[in-house]
Design a binder for this molecule. Sequence first.
Ligand code: PLP
Length: 394
Amino acid sequence: MTEQFLAGRHFLQIPGPTNLPEWVLRAMDRPVPDHRGAQMPALVGELRENLRALFKTEHAEPVLFPGSGTGGREPALVNTLSPGQRVLSFQNGHFARLWAEIARRHGLAVDEVQLRWGDPVRAADVEAHLSAEHRALLIVHNETSTGVTTHLAAVRPTVDASGHDPLLLVDTVSSLGSIDFRFDEWRVDVALTGTQRASCCHHQRRVNGGVCVGERAQAAAETSTAPRYFYDWRPVLDEMAGGYFPYTPATLLLFGMREALRMLLEEGLENVFARHALLAGAARRAVAAWDLALLCQEPDRASNSLTAVALDGEADSDHLVHLAHERLNLALGVGLGKLKGRVFRIGHLGWLGELEVLATLAGVELALQLAGSSVALGVGGGRRPAIPQRPLVS
Ligand code: PLP
């Protein structure tokens, strides 16, 4: 049976995976090379160098595993910690909750502080709960279920002031490549991502799971007693240093990642972050114009990679997302976990510009109308100065 498609371009505006630039698609459209062949060291060498630039680190080591973002979370835990050790996590959303769950499954004792879903992890939360017993602190930099970014630059000094020295393990799945992240400056020990949006290349959310591993984390791997084989990063570090992998890599995806990283660095990371901030600002102004509420209540913590919009009363966000998809060919993010049916999410990360965001905002207005809202068409993108001139940082 032939699948029916609506005419016109599919608008994939979920908060990852994101649309792939044609250049990335074409870079992957090639014969499969020998992953033990002579061309690998140059490819892997470039990836390591450009990933370091993306993570903003001089000396930490990027490690690639085929897999998704979840596939980056396990190696971060099993290489640095041993069953029975205590870790501190903050449940401020669906993905923070899942990470704590993974840690528990690996036998760790997780102190999971409950926060409002929609709040960031604040320095005061860390100050109130971190103790000498905590061997690691798990933080999701950008909580994709709620559209909230934790201010790591403020958390780091609080950890230092506590006098304890936990490992800082950070999930950057929906921030790396769209929101500024500074591995060295914030003295992160492990940053994990999924190249979906990419740790790489937010362009390609769903390509490879990646972790960036600092020196303390590498040392911790020598004493960790957690059982591991595939996710033992030591053989991967050894082999990647020579340009190869101890497993069969997703070779074509590595070419896509190379192209995506080149594009990000060519645009300039600060330009990439400024572009995301600009587009996110437009989305937030549209939400205000629709008289709807952001789930995030602290304006300076609202995410620049997605906007989570809370519906009140009887409104069902799943229905809205369904209408947008069925009638307009527009994919929006649903509410996850306990936010199911109450929140919809607009993704504005990856390789996209003003027109795509304006079209998306227009699509949300149409979907709101289809769902019975009286929102006027055009208020989100038109009458307000939603898109100021794009700043360029040289
Ligand atoms: N962490 C965050 C912040 C995420 O947004 C996601 C997925 O969206 C994950 C982890 C899990 O990644 P994946 O679904 O690619 O396994």
